[in-house]
Design a protein around this ligand. Structure first.
Ligand code: TXA
Ligand code: MG
Length: 351
């Protein structure tokens, strides 16, 4: 299959939107930018389109898809009863990086929800995504537009790298803004539960709807591998670069020393070493292939740079990667959730 790649902005050109809309209406696949990561879109109400998505990504079919909408009214179509809390969250955070899990209506095929009777819904805050959904008049099921298990795409080139030849079209809307997938909150449990941390934090949600809990499988370091997370996708090894990644945490100077020492040992053993530093520390590393993920002065830049840097090290063919740690509010939990998974929970404390 030939994949059409088109650069696009909110304003147009409108032929590109028309073409993309047609692809979706005919059951084909279009990758498009959202504010979080690029999505791989297909008609959410068409099981066959959903199947194509699973196939293109190499994704297990029990891992449900998020349905992207462009108006709040779509909620009435996709779920039978819209809880008051869902309305409040939609009002406050949509369009935005928040996905809600709700009971699905009969319109939503099980092929889209991985056999579950609940459905994940989100209104993305990206002008290209919103225009595509509106013009196609299709509810767009879209997982991240990467090959299953690889880092999520934050620019069109990443989508091309993974999916060229496997999908109909890629809309190139430039670099995304957030860089980490949406927060997922399950509104079908007695106390709303965060199944995947993201830009929208527990505190932000609680401010609107009162108490919110976090799926214990996320808090427990090993939980995501051995426990039973409620978002099926969270159980898979994810976001992984090819090289073994190790997180080194602790006080700044100690972390730098420890990474230096470890990379020297690895280099002596003939290994190529990659180091994930920050704008503030990049100058202190004297060996290995050193790259900055972003600046600690602007946490958003670290989230935005994470998947890109993991892909970059794949291209540099390093054998091992050491990274500094990025805890701390407000996005620290989401960043470390993804980084821990990318590292397969290989974490050292520098003392
Ligand atoms: O930011 C995002 O959410 C991006 C952009 C493209 O919107 N999408 C995304 O989709 O990250 P994906 O497929 O990579 O991740 C969807 C996650 C998976 O972990 C999946 O298991 C979970 O959502 N999920 C979907 N439907 C669910 C449901 N009914 N119950 C529990 N978890 C669900
Ligand atoms: Mg994904």
């Amino acid at each position: 299959m030939k994949t059409e790649i088109r650069v696009v902005t909110q304003e147009g050109p409108s032929e590109v939107y028309e073409e993309a809309a047609k692809v979706l209406q005919k059951g084909g696949l279009v990758a498009f930018p959202t504010e979080t990561v690029y999505g791989l879109g297909g008609n959410a109400l068409d099981s066959q389109a959903a199947q194509k998505i699973y196939k293109a990504k190499g994704r297990p079919s029990d891992n449900p898809l998020i349905i992207h909408i462009a108006s709040v009214e779509a909620l009435e179509d996709l779920t039978d009863a819209v809880p008051e809390k869902a309305r409040q969250l939609a009002e406050r955070f949509w369009p935005g990086p928040l996905t809600m899990i709700l009971p699905k209506s009969s319109k939503v095929p099980l092929g889209t929800t991985g056999g579950l009777d609940t459905v994940a819904i989100r209104m993305p805050n990206h002008p290209v995504a919103l225009r595509l959904i509106r013009e196609s008049d299709v509810y767009v099921a879209a997982p991240s537009a990467n090959t299953s298990g690889r880092p999520s795409p934050t620019m069109a080139a990443h989508v091309q790298e993974d999916l060229e030849g496997k999908i109909d079209m890629i809309l190139d809307g430039g670099m995304v803004e957030v860089g980490i997938e949406s927060t997922i909150v399950d509104l079908t449990s007695a106390i709303p539960t965060i199944l995947r941390p993201g830009y929208i934090t527990k505190e932000m949600l609680e401010h609107v709807i009162g108490p919110v809990q976090i799926d214990p499988a996320i808090l427990d370091r090993k939980g995501a591998m051995t426990g039973k997370p409620k978002a099926p996708g969270m159980k898979y090894k994810h976001y992984a670069p090819k090289a073994q990644l190790t997180i080194v945490q602790g006080q700044k100077e100690k972390v730098i020393d420890r990474i230096y020492q470890l990379s020297q040992e690895q280099e002596k053993a003939g290994k190529k070493v990659g180091i994930i530093a920050t704008d503030e520390t990049v100058k202190y590393y004297k060996n290995g292939v050193v790259r900055s993920i972003g600046s600690r002065m602007e946490q958003g830049s670290i989230a935005r740079g994470m998947y890109k840097i993991l892909r970059e090290f794949d291209h540099l063919d390093v054998d091992v990667i050491y990274t500094e740690s990025f805890e701390g509010d407000p996005m620290g939990m989401a960043i470390m959730n993804r980084l821990n998974k990318a590292a397969g929970y290989s974490i050292l404390t520098a003392e």
